[in-house]
Design a protein around this ligand. Structure first.
Ligand SMILES: O=P(O)(O)OC[C@H]1O[C@](O)(COP(=O)(O)O)[C@@H](O)[C@@H]1O
Ligand SMILES: [Mg+2]
Ligand SMILES: [Mg+2]
Length: 346
């Protein structure tokens, strides 16, 4: 039987994440395999969380914990479970010596002092969407530690700066589940095949379109947005661009990454520093978007240039197609018809 007949009768299932990671590792002669193992550990926890997300309505996993996390936000049960799953996988894996999680006040020491890496993670992104069956995600950021191997990790390991990330990515629990990551050599995406229990390479080299016609932000805060953001959005509307906002950062970001667009979480009167967290939301997504040819800014400079001094520090975030981010930052003339339009709707 020739190859083409074979492929017709039994279609190849493709490249697994496991094989892809091994191949990539082989391209770097000095790689030890530890970062590869760390990525596998994250993928494993992602599979477990995916299982819980898929049956969320059938088990007692939906709903609030009735408590708040360190940032004063109501914790959902799945926030707590995802946090446990990722920390456990990273602890059992052995490559990460410490983890910083959105759900924890301080860093978690895994007990693996020989581990060369630290991981900052948003275990469950889009918490408000858990109970209503809408896409949610996980975001992760990996650094090589700066403290000596064998000792406990410290704040310095997590506060190195976004440009020191060695890998970053996210898992999107959407209409299909995807894992998208970068190690600084482009961006690859993998789709989860439930029946085989494996992520398969589905998007070998992701690049974001230079421009697009989608803006994603919570327009409920319109009157609290800075003038330059409102000017930009008015311009988008005059041009007939589309507004798309899921309310899960990972989902909004992923759509714009594939189709072109801009995600905005500006500073507001209530949250002058925005809402999103530097270390486990903005930094990893900024690293990844730059690797995909996009841009991520805070309004005062590139996200990756932020000097973070606190674990749970926040930042405004404008991220997406480079031409759209550029336009937001440069074309900020006051829109002449804005007042009139607002009065019309008063
Ligand atoms: O409801 P808002 O203010 O539009 O905020 C939505 C944003 O908040 C987040 O839910 C914050 O993330 P967490 O769910 O991890 O706290 C983002 O995913 C999302 O983009
Ligand atoms: Mg989040
Ligand atoms: Mg979260």
């Amino acid at each position: 039987m020739n190859i083409s007949t074979e492929n017709t009768i039994a279609q190849p299932v493709g490249t697994t994440l496991e094989r892809y990671i091994m191949r990539k590792q082989a391209e770097f002669p000095f790689a030890t395999g530890e970062l590869s193992q760390l990525l596998r550990d994250i993928a494993l926890a992602g599979k477990i969380v995916n299982r819980e997300v898929n049956r969320a309505g059938l088990t007692s996993i939906i709903g609030s914990m009735g408590q708040q996390n360190v940032q004063g936000e109501a914790q959902q049960k799945l926030d707590v479970e995802a946090n446990i799953r990722f920390i456990r996988a990273l602890t059992n894996g052995g490559e990460a010596c410490a983890v910083l999680s959105e759900e924890e006040d301080d860093i978690i020491h895994t007990g693996n002092c020989q581990g060369k890496y630290v991981v900052a993670i948003d275990p469950l992104d889009g918490s408000s969407n858990i109970d209503v069956n809408i896409s949610i995600g996980t975001i992760f950021s990996i650094y090589r530690r700066v403290t000596p191997v064998g000792e406990s990790a410290t704040r310095a390991d997590f506060l190195q700066g976004g440009r020191q990330q060695v890998a970053a990515g996210y898992i999107l629990y959407g209409s299909s589940t995807m894992l998208v990551y970068t190690t600084g050599h482009g961006v690859a995406g993998f789709t989860y095949e439930n029946s085989l229990g494996e992520f398969f390479l589905s998007h070998p080299s992701i690049t974001i379109p230079t421009s697009g016609t989608v803006f994603s932000c919570n327009e409920g805060y319109w009157f609290d947005y800075p003038q330059y953001v409102r000017d930009y959005l008015m311009q988008c509307k005059r041009e007939g661009q589309s507004g798309r906002y899921v309310g899960s950062l990972v989902a909004d970001y992923h759509r714009n990454l594939l189709t072109g667009g801009i995600y905005l979480y500006p500073p507001t009167g209530k949250n002058p520093n925005g809402k999103l967290r530097v270390l486990y939301e903005a930094f990893p997504l900024a690293f990844l978007i730059e690797q995909a040819g996009g841009r991520a800014e805070s309004g005062t400079g590139p996200i990756l240039d932020i000097v973070a001094t606190e674990f749970h520090q926040r930042t405004p975030l404008f991220v997406g197609s480079p031409a759209l981010v550029e336009r937001l930052l440069t074309e900020t003339e006051v829109a002449p018809k804005e007042e009139a339009i607002e009065q019309n709707h008063a």
